[in-house]
Design a protein around this ligand. Structure first.
Ligand code: SF4
Length: 248
């Protein structure tokens, strides 16, 4: 089986297991609401964020109201999502920056997005993928860990993992791969005790029966596979990746 065939099988099995709906689990009614929901989702479950934003977006039903919010009050409103002090501070500053720099619109380019307070590449890519349909790969802890275990990346740095995946994964799976690997990471390929025997990717996974922890410093099998994949490459995906480089 070539590396390209192995990756195609992995993607096919993920599609079968989790479907091909690439919408985020976060609920939102506008671009700025998704931005806020994604900021709140750091170290918090999507289900909890959806509970909190249901009331939050009713109370602050415009960017202007959010920009003028009192920090202590907003902290109480988002308390249950954790890290409420930083999140409240960033959300207010982000709302103000959107009004001041972008006329209340959420920009679509990665530089402008990541220049906003509290917005990193992960948040920016969630917004780009879901709001603007720009194929983007969001790398969180699940995605990074499982990419390493599957031999799709030998890197620990999330930005490098993002680029490794852009090289290997066809563009039509860039948004989906995040949702799929999160679903796999929550249910089967958990950080500490991956259930390899129950895993539908065990035939294609070089870390089967060997994985534990974050997968950082991926084992020999994973690294060799990642290396092989790099060589084999996917010409069309590579071309797309170059087109969508971080400097875009
Ligand atoms: S076989 Fe094991 S390590 Fe590989 S993806 Fe499945 S659960 Fe994770």
């Amino acid at each position: 089986m070539t590396e390209q065939e192995r990756i195609a099988r992995i993607l096919g099995r993920l599609d079968e297991a989790y479907g091909t709906d690439s919408r985020t689990y976060l609920e939102y009614g506008s671009a700025w609401q998704l931005l806020v929901a994604t900021i709140l989702s750091a170290q918090c479950t999507d289900a909890r964020v959806n509970l909190v934003t249901k009331d939050l977006f009713r109370k602050y039903d415009s960017l202007e109201k959010l920009a003028a919010a009192r920090q202590e009050e907003l902290e109480q409103d988002i308390y249950t999502t954790g890290f409420y002090h930083h999140k409240a501070k960033n959300i207010i500053a982000c709302a103000q920056a959107l009004l001041e720099r972008h006329g209340g619109e959420v920009p679509s380019d990665i530089e402008s997005l990541t220049a906003l307070p509290g917005v990193g590449r992960k948040t920016a890519n969630v917004v780009r993928g879901n709001v603007y349909g720009v194929p983007s790969i969001v790398v969180d802890t699940h995605v990074g860990r499982i990419a390493r275990r599957l031999g799709l990346s030998a890197n620990d740095d999330p930005v490098k993992v993002e680029f490794d995946l852009m090289e290997k994964i066809p563009e039509d799976h860039w948004i989906l791969i995040n949702l799929h690997l999160i679903a796999l990471g929550r249910s089967i390929c958990k950080s500490q005790r991956p259930d390899c025997e129950a895993c539908f990717l065990k035939e294609e996974c070089p870390s089967r029966g060997k994985a534990s922890g974050s997968g950082k410093g991926a084992g020999k099998a994973g690294k060799a596979s990642a290396k092989a994949g790099k060589k084999a490459g996917n010409a069309s995906a590579k071309a797309s990746a170059r087109k969508k480089s971080p400097a875009e």
